[in-house]
Design a protein. Structure first.
Length: 549
């Protein structure tokens, strides 16, 4: 037997009389007329104008075993039985079945957040245990549970798992059962959307460059959607070399980092990036310091890395105090740049950029001039740049810049200039401080005053008009090229009567965010490689131009 389900039994009558005549047309049933299904796509309620069919029950093989029929104000319950061939055997009027209405506290929920469900019942005794199960079990832990009905109401919570897999937007439903085996479903929730918080910009990075020497660039960076925490590493600019005969050298810029800074998507982070110092005329005894780098958010400065001290011929003989290059302002770690040096009658080379954990000053990364000061330079520490070497009597490359420090995680220490300690340079770059933590054109070695203008510490010309021969003309001194500090943050070498002083390595700022396999990215070395090494679809943003390389 069967029953027509639609808005009307007949839309029109046949033209013939009695039982004969035309095939009669019935109005098609659509979801718009009021059909509700559960996660198994079984119909659980039907609304046909003023008529309703609710509490539709099913057996284990998906056959309807009962329902409530409401026609106007008349409500009846019907129970169905089947024979061995699963054909309807009996339809019996019974007391109306209990009802179960399920509502959700929200139509959408983020991964890792909670949505609450309320079940409102009729004809269910207080203390009755019901059971729930989500339709997409892989997205939840737990994916099922139980709750108790009291005063015809019960509640429970569901939390979609937060993962690092980009799945896109998904939906789920929750089905309600009267048995712990989840075989006798009695109600279902509306669909709820799961917002994939790992999607798109959840992992990324942004690099900010300084501009011309002796300046500090300012950027306003907008926090991407879905990003609630960032980590940052900052490097200050290297100090300038003195533009006098037997000129003093510049100290390396400091390095500082801070992890897990809480931010709000769409808010603004102010980024300051300090350039290296450079004396733009001859006879500058107190040469410019490098400029400072840091970020500011919500009125708080984080990871301040100050510039290295510029070469100062007015100082007493010895290394300068370069401790201010790492003031440790709201930082989780970092280090001072290696100190520059002044000594009457001898030209000096630059200190290396600071490392990721302590050091610098007159210890690691310091410059040296063993022939006159009696002191050797030192390699960098904890990934910092190496100090450069100088020698008045050297036939070539007697003044050089200190090494820079890379910003893609702590790596190997930058080597000191004159690594074999013989006081004689084997090639024009032997006295240059080596770059530390070298990666992606950061952490580069310094240059000497006889390094060729057509060679590049990065290995290639990046095309940004970096011309150390032209820079030499700023001083009005002929011969050689400027002994610049390595990028970023290396201190510059001092001048001689026939050759120029150097430009300290520019600073840099790099911001990163997100997780790799569920682990936060954090400096100095946890998942801080360039972002495309974890997700090839993501390219880190860049503001400004890398002026030195």
């Amino acid at each position: 037997m069967g029953r027509f389900v639609g808005l009307s039994v007949n839309n029109q009558r046949g033209k013939g009389s009695g039982g004969g005549g035309s095939i009669l047309s019935n109005e098609a049933f659509t979801r718009a007329t009021g059909i509700t299904t559960n996660s198994s796509n079984n119909v659980t309620s039907v609304i046909l104008g003023e008529n309703r069919y609710e509490s539709i029950l099913y057996n284990a093989v998906g056959l309807v075993t009962g329902y409530n029929e409401i026609i106007g104000s008349d409500e009846k319950g019907w129970a169905l039985t089947y024979d061995s061939k699963n054909l309807v055997d009996t339809i019996t009027e019974v007391d109306t079945f209990p009802t179960y209405a399920v509502t959700a506290s929200a139509s959408a929920v983020d991964e890792g957040s909670t949505v609450s469900f309320t079940v409102t019942t009729t004809k269910v005794a207080d203390g009755t245990t019901l059971y729930w199960k989500v339709s997409s079990v892989d997205d939840f832990s737990p994916s099922s549970g139980s709750f108790t009905i009291n005063s015809n109401t019960g509640t429970f919570d569901c939390t979609p798992s937060e993962d690092s897999t980009t799945e896109g937007t998904e939906t789920f439903m929750v089905d309600i059962f009267v048995d712990a085996g989840f075989t006798q479903g009695v109600g279902s929730s509306p669909s709820v959307t799961i917002n994939d918080t790992s999607e798109g910009s959840n992992m990324g990075g942004h690099v900010f460059h300084a501009g011309d020497w002796n300046t500090q660039a300012t950027y306003s960076w907008t926090v991407p959607g879905g990003v609630t925490a960032i980590s940052v590493v900052c490097v200050g600019g290297g100090g300038a070399g003195e533009t006098n005969h037997d000129g003093a050298s510049g100290g390396g810029g400091g390095l500082a980092y801070k992890n897990g800074i809480a931010v709000t998507p769409g808010s603004t982070v102010t980024v300051k990036v300090g350039a290296g110092g450079f004396a733009t005329s001859w006879g500058v005894t107190d040469s410019p310091n490098g400029q400072d780098s840091y970020i500011q958010y919500g009125g708080t400065v984080y990871a301040r890395a100050n510039g290295g001290v510029g070469g100062d011929g007015n100082q007493s003989d010895g290394w300068y105090n370069n401790s201010n290059s790492f003031p440790n302002t709201n930082s989780d770690g970092g280090g001072q740049g290696g100190s520059g040096y002044h000594q009457g009658g001898s030209r000096q080379s630059g200190g290396g950029c600071g490392g990721y954990n302590g050091g610098g000053g007159s210890n690691s990364g310091r410059c040296g001039n063993p022939g006159y000061s009696g002191q050797q330079g030192q390699a960098g520490q904890n990934g910092g740049g190496g100090g450069a070497c100088s020698n008045n009597g050297a036939s070539q490359g007697y003044s050089a810049g200190g090494g820079g420090t890379g910003v893609y995680g702590e790596g190997t220490n930058g080597a000191k200039g004159d690594a074999n300690n013989n006081g004689s340079n084997e090639g024009v770059n032997d006295f240059c401080g080596g770059g530390g933590s070298t990666a992606y054109n950061t952490g580069l070695r310094g240059y000497s005053n006889e390094s060729s203008n057509s060679e590049w510490a990065s290995g290639t010309n990046l095309g940004n008009n970096y011309d150390r021969n032209s820079q030499m003309n700023q001083h009005g001194q002929g011969g050689g090229t400027t002994p610049d500090g390595g990028f970023p943050g290396g201190g510059a070498g001092g001048a001689n009567g026939s050759s120029p002083a150097g430009w300290g390595g520019n600073g840099i700022v790099r911001i990163i965010w997100g997780q790799v396999s569920g682990v936060n990215r954090s400096f100095p070395s946890t998942n801080v490689d360039r972002t495309d090494q974890y997700d090839a679809t993501v390219t880190e943003g860049v503001e400004g131009v890398q002026r030195q390389y």
